[in-house]
Design a protein. Sequence first.
Length: 329
Amino acid sequence: MPTPIDRNEILLARAAEVVRVEARTIAGLEARLDGRFVKAVDLLIACEGQVIATGVGKAGLVAQKISATLASTGTPSSYLHPTDARHGDLGRLRARDVLFVLSNSGESAEVVALLGPARKIGAPILAITGEPNSSLGRHADVVLDIGRVQEACPLNLAPTASTSAMLAMGDALAMVVSQERQFSREDYALYHPAGSLGRKLMKVREVMRTGEQMPVVAAGTTIRDVILVMNRTPGRPGAALIVDGAKKLVGIFTHGDLARLLEQRGTVDVGAIVDAHMGRNPKVVGPDQLVEEAQHLLREHRIDQIPVVDADRRPLGLVDVQDMLDVRI
């Protein structure tokens, strides 16, 4: 009977072998990238509708993942369950779409049954399979061949290396198509508004406080009136933007400025004009700059508010550090 140490070594060796088998299978796909892959890319680029991905069992799960990757990187796509398709959901498929079918054997009854109707609808068929001479391979317009794969399963039954190969081939296709579409970081952020990258690529105009939430006072206003404006502003940002007669930003007065006055003098003459105590030439950002840039300025200069101005330094909004916390940046 093996000792615990021996058993651990056996288990880890088995796991390592699975990883090696799948790694070798994926690495072997590189030699299978040929003109058919280019045709697949062109087929998806030319698609005027959606890429309708389908598959059954484990291949169906891979199809769902590839469909999601396509959709999130600029290629409209959705998943169609082959069983549901045979009971009316095939109506989701149109001639302008591409039917993207995944099946290692190419003979799964559920997906083979869709090929004839897809032909009648007029949608081209793209396949990922390990059997290009299968029913699926013969009916498809373009076949991406992953080859005959030795599964990592000790019984060579459970889909393991084959599904890894399908996923890798699908990811390669999605990424190349995305590059061909010149899909940008900004595009990615648009489709991922809740993701960290999406938040970082938000524009300042999307988070800045405007209108009645942006406290603006004229130069020459007393500190008392500036404080009243700050406190009465919805959201109480703790700062007021000071503008001249041409409505251009000339300074900012914050609760921090008020606290420093009180600390230095022991009292504050609230009847004094704010101009002598405001921060002049404050750091500013434009509305189309990234929120990440505004955050960098707030952190670098240890400030809690930053004005948003136009090309003529007229205030358009105010970004408060709390706004960064609200969007989790």
